[in-house]
Write a new protein. Sequence first.
Length: 269
Amino acid sequence: MPTFQRGHTTIAYTDTGVPAGREDAPVVFFAHGLLFSGWMFQHQIAHLRDRYRCVTIDFRGQGESPRALGGYDMDTLTVDVSELLRYLQIPVVNFVGLSMGGFVGIRLAARNPEVVHSLTLLDSAATAEEPANRSKYKTLSKVYRVAGMKPLRSRVAPIMLADRNLSAPWVEEWMAMLERTDRVGLVKAIESVADRDPCEDEAIRIIAPTLVVVGAEDAATPPDKSRRIAELIATTSFHEIPGAGHSPTMERPDEVNTILETFLSEYNA
């Protein structure tokens, strides 16, 4: 996987490049949720890559990006995205962020409106983490740092997936990826999400047309969180996906593909 350097920090990314015969193809930039990587958008990339240039980032300490000395907060990750786009010489993107990626997307769209042509927020929130969840996630992260993910699977998977998807074949691959992830880096990422600042005051400044999508059975950021985002941003469309939890790109990829393709087509004609 290619990487770029931002100071002393190494950040991994993927880039499908410009589709053949589509030199003017728009760019779709994918930003993943906590405990995942750009891998979680594999179905969307496969569906879109013949019409769009698709780029993903692995946030610090997750996926193929090694742990960093610091800077796991949402503000720093937003700058990481901006620097990656500058490195790739990409001036404008259609930003797609899930959960943690959405926290970054809201900030990027509000602070750099010239960069975000359209914004898609999946299973995200503009609010700070609920105090009860913050305590729970930090406790789980401490156990994970010592024992790894295996003993926590029965606690973590139901937060990230709808019950009907807990035994999906791809879940084993995901768990194996988590076992290979640097524990210290991932703990820092978990803590940064748990301690994030709210960004409702930034969401109301977003001018990019915005698609808001949420799994109907999302336990981490329930649908009301997504409905709140739709209330804050001026131009939005809202979709709730039955049978999906917090990770609909993997749980219900066909539904996400259809909704996303329709939205992108409308604003990239």
